[in-house]
Design a protein around this ligand. Structure first.
Ligand SMILES: [Zn+2]
Length: 229
């Protein structure tokens, strides 16, 4: 693990974060020759910046609401940002939403740079997004990866599964109405993703979503403080 400070926030990077990044970027190694290695190293940087940027969104929001020392940890399933203090329902929702919003904003900035400064094209079809037309060997795959990283990070984190941002937002909204609904929905959605992972043969997805299903199930049974990660 190594640590550094950025914008006054302490950031701890665990070695598991690099394992996650390598697993997600392993497809780049199918590119032959030195280019594959070059793309993989670029991906490490792109994913690191994208996850850190997401957590900085939370950290700045925490700071806005008076948190003294928000801390960021990048770990084996992404990252999280913690800060002491009590926050109102509305503040909690905004703090949770800030991370995905930062990813969407960075995604739009990247699209603008790619289209209007580099003169490339962006194609979107279904869940796929491609940057093409600038440099097929290097610039296009890295921009495509950076767009994917930010848009997928933003969208995935909005799923209503605790401890993802969407799950925290849903829990905050339901806290005064029916608190058991949020962990129940989290259990069902995460469980559905385990089945989807099994159908697609994605071991990593099965493991992560399996842990999330168990954690949400514990919260549903009122044992929410038994956190796994
Ligand atoms: Zn987040």
């Amino acid at each position: 693990m190594f640590s550094f400070t950025i914008f006054g926030f302490r950031v701890h990077v665990q070695w598991w974060f690099w394992v996650l990044t390598l697993v997600l970027g392993s497809g780049f190694l199918s590119v032959p020759g030195r280019m594959g290695f070059f793309l993989l190293v670029s991906w490490l940087l792109v994913f690191f910046v994208s996850v850190l940027w997401h957590e900085l969104g939370h950290a700045f929001a925490f700071q806005t609401y008076g948190a003294a020392n928000p801390e960021i940890v990048l770990h084996g399933i992404g990252g999280h940002c913690t800060a002491h203090g009590r926050y109102s329902q509305q503040e909690s929702i905004i703090i949770s939403f800030a991370g995905p919003m930062y990813n969407f904003v960075l995604g739009f900035i990247l699209i603008a740079i790619y289209k209007f400064i580099l003169g490339g094209n962006i194609s979107v079809s279904g869940l796929s997004i491609f940057a093409y037309g600038v440099n097929t060997h290097y610039v296009d795959p890295i921009f495509t990866a950076a767009l994917y990283a930010n848009i997928i990070l933003g969208l995935l984190n909005l799923l209503p599964i605790y401890p993802l941002d969407g799950g925290r937002i849903f829990e905050a909204i339901m806290a005064n109405r029916n608190p058991s609904i949020a962990p129940m929905v989290g259990t069902v959605v995460a469980g559905g993703l385990v089945i989807l992972g099994a159908l697609r043969g994605e071991l990593f997805m099965i493991i992560v979503c399996g842990m999330l299903t168990y954690q949400n199930w514990l919260r549903w049974q009122g044992k929410g403080h038994r956190r796994i990660f």
